[in-house]
Ligand binder design. Sequence first.
Ligand SMILES: Nc1ncnc2c1ncn2[C@@H]1O[C@H](COP(=O)(O)OP(=O)(O)O[C@H]2O[C@H](CO)[C@@H](O)[C@H](O)[C@H]2O)[C@@H](O)[C@H]1O
Length: 485
Amino acid sequence: MNILFIASEVESFAKTGGLADVAKSLPLALKRRGHDVRIVMPYYAAIPNREKAGHIGGFTLPTRPGHTDIPYQVREMTLDDVPVVLIEFPNYFDRASLYAENNNAYPDNGERFAFFSGACLQVAEKIGFRPDIVHCNDWHTALVPMLLKTRYANHSFFQSTRSVLTIHNGAFQGVFERNQLWALPEITDTYNEAIMQGHAYINFLKCGVLYADKINAVSPSYASELMTYLGGHGMAKNFQERSSDVRGIINGCDYADWDPKTDPLIPVNYDVQHLDDKVLCKHALQKRAGLPISDLPMFGMVCRLTEQKGLNLLLPILDKFLVHQLQVVIVGTGEPALQDRLTELMKAYPDRLAYLNAHDNALAHLVEAGSDFFLMPSLFEPCGLNQMYSLAYGTLPIIRAVGGLRDTVVDYDTQPRRATGFSFQEPEPLALLSTLRRALLFFLQEPCEYRRVQEQAMRTRYLWSDSVREYELMYQEALGVSNRR
Ligand SMILES: Nc1ncnc2c1ncn2[C@@H]1O[C@H](COP(=O)(O)OP(=O)(O)O[C@H]2O[C@H](CO)[C@@H](O)[C@H](O)[C@H]2O)[C@@H](O)[C@H]1O
């Protein structure tokens, strides 16, 4: 199949979170299966060595009458063997960050990604790449399925093209004033209640859910949760209406980047047979984090500092947990109030808690390798990647049993034989605290059993080669549906 894979961030080029990891691994896995894949993303200032990108051409996106058309350039780099088509428009993409600065979203994000959505399909035609599947990801690209069914409905080039929308995070929906989206007259000039939020606002994700031929969430549990009022981020009805077209496909883990045996970013490599060497990674982590070097139990956490990641469950009980003989390292950037609270706690427990306000991939690898447990008490988690990395590194995940976390980690207390970590259900700080204490006692009192669970975790595999087959099946189902909506 010809697959046009559209994403706002791709690991190795530009990344703020897990979407980028998937937008690298999935296209590469599709390519390995023999598909012809093109990735399309913005030509951000942050892309390393972007001046080396080849120049494909310059095109102009027609916009709403009364506004100027948008002239842009198209460049190309490669990701292994996969061409990465880069849309260049400096006004929108030559910025210090991808979507926000100082935790404030750029006010023209709607305008930027409306333009990007229009340009992606125009470029496919200009470069003569006729996609069977246009694969969109999250709100940034969720207007594309609508364009295929409106602007391009009777266009011969896209006659047999079908669209798929992957939902990596349904909490971010992209809600913008309709007037801001002048780059796409289909949006600005027609009133479509189904994709509106109030009278003046368009919800990008709703639009994608309405128009995409198939939709998938990044885990089976998250797909089910999206249909519920509690887990549907206010869009349960929209997902329910498309329930026969919604799938749940678990992400794979990229073991080329995340394998303690070969990882070049950790000080000592280890595997199941050489687990004793892992403690040297702990000592390196303690040194890097400014904690005393010791063999105390180490609890790590790496994440965007947002409510989603369960900081509001952790922060109220962290001081109670820190009275025990242990260490905690938290790495993350995000909401200033959460950063401030962590900094305060670190001052109160300087030998036990290190908070590093950083976005640092090498440090994330060191936390995975140097910790005994990894914290993911998320309120919701579409899939989660860090728990998969943790399993591979023999670092037992402590999770809230929600979304993809629940699909990938087996709780010790409920299924000891198959266990790979610890989990709790209630979104309550005390439920987290008692699980943390369970894990701590387990580590201290049952070292042999801890080692057995650790080995079991390390042997667990979530392979892209498995997930990609489910994507293929969904593509085939999409190609079987007519182009009418
Ligand atoms: N401070 C920091 N320093 C270094 N690295 C950091 C970092 N903060 C985060 N990261 C890295 O960013 C990635 C985060 O991935 P996740 O899947 O855990 O979450 P995210 O919520 O961004 O992704 C969304 O999309 C993915 C992909 O589908 C879903 O798995 C997930 O549930 C959904 O919320 C990991 O590779 C992690 O190491």
